[in-house]
Ligand binder design. Structure first.
Ligand code: UT7
Length: 355
């Protein structure tokens, strides 16, 4: 049976290193608080006016394409996962195509808006296209330029200190090799708590959803007039043009859903947790990864964490971590690799790959 496998992988992080002390100069926070609650010591920020989600994605994609040993015009489908697109529309998929200089218009482009689970969702979509025989070379990118959209006042500190910029990419190809490649994936969603981790403006909601929300938090549903559906004065004054997160609520959901979705994909593919050689979790919070590690009974060298260096890079976090693990020789041919992510939506997902 034809499956997909990762034929090439690469990542890119911008040069600028932002320390916790740097952030404590602009908002009330501390190195101690951030390290203790999240494990994060530094994150990277892209260079304003020079780098974007698309350009960082392109740098990672170039490495993945080179590693796969193909020409960029052999790519027949692009999947781009991000929550920080260059434009409201069009999406980063076509911008990446242009940035890479892919002139082949037979190539399709699809954008995924699934935040932290975007890359794992994208892997599953790519896998289905390859299994069906529709495409041969799929470029899957996860990239984020969070630094352009964060609240750098104390009001936004619980969110801002977590996020960083970066990109990861893979080229997926077909293989007939027995037992190799993507063995299976599981995708889930529950929109009940959509606003618990959200960035609702700009948006065309016009104040609609406030009727359905709890009254505990002002998410920023200012009534908007026709013609000001994206942003109005009220939203700007009240800081409703930034991401919002109910951290403790999201944390509790994450530590429940990660183990569930991992056990599900193991069962689905006939594997057990003892078979996992490398676990690459979405880098949401080091405490979450460590909790899941304990649940799975994995040693430290069987889990790839890099949130300490890069913070949470959302759709880019799984491919950056996987790419680093491969580069370091920590993932070898034949290894069983487990990917899992949970985030805004809520959406959560897992995938199991035989490297
Ligand atoms: O990637 C997508 C999924 N995301 C996640 O899974 C993230 C899940 N949530 C988390 O990782 C954690 O909830 C956070 C790291 C976001 C927050 O940590 P926490 O331990 O849950 O803190 P908290 O939000 O309950 O806040 C505790 C206190 C509050 O002060 P008071 O009300 O107790 O006086 C906050 O105002 O810490 C305060 N606080 C901060 N203090 C210093 C919040 N952010 C900061 C900060 N620096 N950056």
């Amino acid at each position: 049976m034809q499956r997909s496998f990762i034929a090439g992988i690469g990542h890119y992080v911008p040069e600028k290193v932002v320390t916790n002390d740097d952030l404590s100069k602009v908002m009330e926070t501390s190195d101690e608080w951030i390290k203790e609650r999240t494990g994060i010591a530094t994150r990277r920020y892209g260079e304003k006016h020079k780098e974007t989600t698309t350009t960082m994605g392109a740098r990672a994609a170039e490495k993945a394409i080179a590693a796969a040993g193909i020409d960029k015009n052999e790519i027949d489908f692009i999947i781009f996962a991000t929550l920080s697109p260059d434009y409201y529309f069009p999406g980063c998929g076509v911008l990446l195509q242009r940035e890479l200089g892919i002139t082949n218009t037979e190539c399709g482009a699809l954008d995924i808006r699934n935040q932290c689970s975007g890359f794992v969702y994208g892997l599953s979509v790519a896998d289905q296209f390859i299994r069906s025989g529709m495409y041969k070379n799929i470029l899957l990118v996860g990239a984020e330029m969070h630094s352009m959209g964060l609240d750098y006042s104390t009001r936004g500190r619980n969110v801002t200190v977590i996020f960083g910029d970066g990109a990861g990419a893979v080229v997926l190809q077909a293989t007939e090799e027995e037992g190799r490649g993507v063995l299976g994936s599981c995708l889930h969603s529950d929109g009940t708590y959509a606003e618990k981790l959200s960035f609702i403006n700009p948006g065309a909601h016009g104040g609609y959803h406030q009727e359905h929300e709890d009254e505990q938090h002002d998410y920023g549903y200012a009534d908007a007039e026709y013609g000001e559906m994206f942003i109005n004065e009220h939203m700007i004054t009240n800081g409703h043009i930034f991401p919002y997160m109910d951290g403790p609520f999201v944390f509790k959901m994450a530590v429940k859903k990660f183990p569930e979705v991992i056990m599900e994909v193991l069962k689905k593919t006939g594997q057990s947790k003892e078979d996992i050689d490398m676990f690459v979790p979405h880098q949401a919070n080091l405490r979450i990864s460590q909790f899941v590690q304990r649940q799975l009974g994995l040693r430290d060298d069987q889990v790839w964490n890099n949130i300490q260096k890069y913070g949470n890079t959302t759709a880019a976090s799984v491919p950056i971590a996987l790419s680093e693990a491969v580069e370091a020789g920590a993932v070898k041919k034949g290894d069983l690799v487990c990917l899992a992510a949970f985030g805004s939506g809520f959406t959560w997902a897992s995938a199991l790959l035989r490297w």
